[in-house]
Design a protein around this ligand. Structure first.
Ligand code: NAD
Length: 306
């Protein structure tokens, strides 16, 4: 018995890298997988049948999969992808929003078209696929056919802590966390969870970054032998989050780095200051911030680092 027997999954951007690893792992545990990929370059230029190779690999290992060549930045095509899962396999249980591109440059060198395109693929793509899946999950729940729906999104260290040259990518990846936290609230009553994974691994995307090694060999992704930079290292976590057993895990952000899984904690209160005079005065406010919030020592009229 596989942990995901009878389940149907969509993995977006699954023609390469991390998405390929997720598809193979989900199929290994019994899920039937719609392998989505628009194809094209890591910058999001061109298109191709990149999904086919992942489908072939899943099938070669005894799993079931079908290709979808849709563009996740196209809202209608995301709807068609959800419909393809239902038409092909009769249902949908799991959505892994993984598709992504990079167009890195410092903000002063980044064309606005590149900013828009990166947000369209990562953020709008995650929203659109989730929108169509959520509509289906809710309709099923209302009809008395409750599905343990699972939406698993993809963030990144850049989105959680920022990264030079990645204003578009980091913005999208941070926003995906906000989207995850909100979907976790909106869909809980329908029996659906939404979590976010921050994967890692040598892929076409990391290969574009200065000083990074080449991407992992496609046929070595998810190899039995452990490699700290295998793009499939987060895939067992994704498979478990997709399972019925994981129903109590909702709205979580979990990073995967080599063999470690790191549960992240978001914005927490650092310090609160209140004001006896109620209405704040900018000058007095500044005098209190340096000492009370930032712990600086007063020297003359100014606060300076001790
Ligand atoms: N590699 C890392 O270390 C790392 C770290 C953190 C997050 N991520 C995230 O993991 C995800 C997968 O990235 P990867 O590193 O495997 O890169 P990758 O280039 O190997 O995979 C991304 C896939 O998305 C596909 N894609 C791009 N635009 C698409 C579109 N509009 N519609 C459908 N598919 C599209 C690409 O064709 C590609 O196959 C991305 O969301 C990325 O931001 C990667």
């Amino acid at each position: 018995m596989g942990m995901l027997d009878g389940k149907v999954a969509i993995v977006t951007g699954a023609g390469h890298g991390i998405g390929r690893g997720h598809s193979m792992e989900l199929a290994k545990h019994g899920a039937k997988v719609i392998v989505n990929d628009l194809g094209g370059s890591e910058r999001g230029e061109g298109e191709g049948r990149d999904a086919d190779q992942t489908v072939d690999l899943v099938k070669a290992r005894g799993g079931e999969a079908s290709a979808n060549y849709g563009d996740v930045s196209d809202h209608e095509q995301c709807g068609e992808m959800v419909q393809q899962a239902i038409d092909t396999y009769g249902r949908l249980d799991i959505v892994v929003n993984n598709a992504g591109i990079v167009r890195d440059a410092a903000i002063w060198n980044m064309p606005v078209e590149d900013f828009d395109k990166v947000l369209a693929v990562h953020l709008r793509g995650t929203w659109s696929t989730s929108h169509h899946a959520a509509t289906y999950f809710r309709a099923q729940a209302k009809a008395g056919n409750r599905i343990n729906g699972r939406i698993i999104n993809t963030t990144s260290g850049a989105g959680l802590t920022g990264n030079f040259g990645q204003t578009s990518y980091a913005t999208a990846k941070a926003a995906i966390v906000g989207l995850t936290l909100t979907l976790a609230q909106e869909l809980a009553s329908s029996g659906v969870t939404c979590n976010c994974v921050g994967p890692s691994g040598l892929t076409r995307i990391t290969a574009t970054m200065p000083g990074m090694p080449d991407s992992f060999e496609p046929d070595e992704i998810g190899d039995d032998e452990f490699h700290p930079m295998d793009p499939a290292n987060s895939s067992p976590l994704v498979a478990w989050l997709a399972s019925d057993e994981a129903g109590y895990v909702n709205g979580q952000v979990i990073r995967s780095l080599d063999d470690r899984l790191i549960w992240m904690q978001g914005w927490r209160e650092k310090k609160t200051i209140s004001n006896d005079e109620k209405k704040w005065d900018a000058t007095k406010l500044g005098a209190r911030l340096g000492g009370e919030v930032f712990g600086l020592q007063p020297t003359g009229l100014k606060f300076e680092q001790a």
